[in-house]
Design a protein around this ligand. Structure first.
Ligand code: ATP
Length: 441
């Protein structure tokens, strides 16, 4: 099998309408991307699969959709105003700016990735660069009006901890899940949608007793890893990487990244951290509000510990795309297939008339489309000859193609073609919905 490169993925995404460069008619905006007709479906399916697994599929979870704009004190309490920064250094030779942790070399002597000249960090000390995007609320652009576009969704959950606890009469352990946009003024965005300045996160804060935090941390690492595998990522392209002690934030008791082997190397899809009671303690202190939990049976009051599985929607979507991409030799030609899992594929079924200039065939194909639409995401397509239509549907991952031909008018049967095996079955129209339901659910 030929190698999957990022060029091939980017090209397919543009060609088939998954992902376009943002503001393209103006030359684009660096590292900013728009999800097209296929991409919006795929990304929504990724989010739905997550929501189904972590909210609807469980008894111990609640959902939330907090505002992107939050009280500026939030970001002081969370540590983002003081600490959410990258150390940057400017190469004196080529004038380019780099993150110190991305510079090759050892200790204070590094190599500039741009011009390959030496950078001496003692003579050229790094400076902290805050990653939060600032904005002003209201008509006056002074310091009092500064607020931030949230750099993570997590804080919206922490500040709502007692609201959800009370409104839903919750007992520990329980969690709150949220999906939403976050913003970071990344210094070195890149690798397509892997690192961008505007992105979507899917985050869980799972509140537990301090004694059970270790066990819940292990359970969430296993649970989240299994989610990617269940949705089709090959297990040998996925790994867990436990953070070493010197990589951990000072309050964290443990952190494991789930990494995927992208064409540009192993990279983080999601981090699962045992954050102790750091976040609730910080917010309690800064807001002056009591964020403790009263454990009635044990008759004790304490700040819950938090396990945080924090993933990126765009990174997961990109991993699913890359992992699904295949090129196959079929009768001397190359067939590109997106072997997406049935839960994720943008369109489940395409209905194709074999002859688009035959009104009776078109009418039947449209009728079938309308019927199946009640249950599945179905597309009617007659914009090319059948061979080309199959190729296009393969490239966007459509699971089944239903073809209506002249014979269908007489025998009330259609051809159903399987994306992966390319096997074609002749199915009675009466039995079509049941046949597809069995395959797709
Ligand atoms: P990295 O080390 O790659 O910068 P991080 O450890 O800072 O990531 P977290 O703060 O743990 O990331 O954020 C949780 C998740 O949000 C990440 O695992 C990733 O999936 C997603 N994410 C973070 N930053 C970005 C970004 N700039 N673009 C796209 N997704 C992102």
């Amino acid at each position: 099998m030929s190698e999957t490169t990022m060029e091939k993925i980017v090209s397919l995404c543009k060609r088939r309408g998954f992902i376009f460069p943002s503001s393209e008619i103006y030359g684009g905006l660096a590292s900013t991307w728009d999800y097209g007709p296929l991409g919006v479906e795929l990304k929504r399916n990724v989010k739905n699969a997550w929501w189904k697994a972590v909210v609807h599929g469980r008894e111990d979870m609640e959902g939330l959709d907090a505002a992107i704009l939050m009280h500026p004190e939030t970001w002081k309490a969370s540590g983002h105003v003081d600490g959410f920064s990258d150390a940057l250094v400017d190469c004196k030779n080529c004038k380019k700016r780099f993150r110190v942790d991305h510079l090759p070399g050892e200790g204070n002597i590094r190599t500039c990735p741009g011009c390959k000249k030496e950078i001496d960090l003692t003579a050229n000390p790094p400076r902290a660069f805050n990653l939060m995007l600032k904005t002003y609320l209201g008509p006056i652009e002074d310091d009092g009006a500064i607020t931030y576009l949230r750099p993570e969704t997590a804080q919206g959950i922490f500040v709502n901890f007692t609201n959800v606890l009370d409104a839903r009469h919750r007992k520990l352990p329980f969690g709150i899940a949220q999906i939403g946009k976050s913003f970071r003024n990344e210094i070195t965005p890149g690798n397509f949608t892997f690192r961008t300045r505007e992105f979507e996160q899917m985050e869980i804060e799972y509140f537990v007793t301090p004694e059970s935090a270790g066990e819940w941390y292990e359970r969430w690492v296993a649970e989240r890893f299994a989610w990617y595998v269940r949705l089709g990522i090959r297990a040998d392209s996925l790994r867990q990487r436990q953070h070493a002690a010197d990589e951990l934030a000072h309050y964290a008791k443990g952190c494991t990244d789930i990494e995927y082997l992208f064409p540009f190397g192993w990279s983080e899809l999601e981090g699962i951290a045992n954050r102790g009671d750091f976040d609730l303690a910080q917010h309690a202190q800064r807001s002056g509000k009591d964020l403790t939990y009263f454990d009635q049976p044990a008759n004790r009051r304490f700040l819950p510990y938090v396990i945080e599985p924090s993933g990126g929607v765009d990174r997961a979507t990109l991993a699913f795309l890359v992992d699904a991409y295949r090129e196959e030799e079929v009768k001397g030609a190359t067939r590109v297939v997106l072997g997406l899992n049935k839960e994720l594929a943008p369109f489940k079924i395409a209905v194709l008339p074999l002859l688009k200039n035959r009104p009776d065939i078109v009418e039947l194909a449209r009728k079938i489309t309308g019927g199946l639409k009640k249950k599945f995401v179905v597309k009617y397509d007659d914009t090319a000859a059948i061979g080309k239509l199959y190729r296009r549907q393969d490239e966007i991952g459509t699971l089944y193609c239903v073809t209506v031909d002249v014979q269908s008018l007489e025998d009330h049967k259609v051809t159903v073609r399987d994306r992966d095996t390319m096997q074609q079955d002749r199915i009675d129209l009466e039995a079509l919905e049941d046949y597809l339901t069995t395959k797709l659910t």
